[in-house]
Design a protein around this ligand. Structure first.
Ligand SMILES: [Zn+2]
Length: 91
């Protein structure tokens, strides 16, 4: 799904560095970026991979992600430990 809401874009190298830390902590990360032509928000389908360029699903034009900056979404395959720690925090 594509959202028109603007996302916070950060320098590619900083995002990649912090994503490596997340991956090493056991999370999966998905690169997110914004089309420089139509500003559509995109999420890459490949986990733990960062691309320097991307083709927009909306307008089909290429964006230089490395130059423009990006972000990422953090996910976990097993939600149990996260839920457990939240419940623990509430009590
Ligand atoms: Zn586009």
């Amino acid at each position: 799904m594509i959202s028109k809401r603007r996302m916070n874009l950060h320098p590619f190298d900083e995002v990649a560095d912090s994503a490596v830390v997340e991956i090493e902590s056991g999370f999966d990360v998905y690169q997110q970026w914004e089309c420089e032509h139509c500003h559509a928000k995109q999420t890459m389908p490949d986990r733990n991979k960062f691309y320097e360029r991307g083709i927009c699903e909306e307008c089909g034009k290429e964006t230089n992600i490395k130059k423009r900056g990006c972000n990422y979404m953090k996910a976990t395959q097993n939600l149990r430990p996260v839920i457990a720690s939240v419940m623990k925090g509430d009590s």
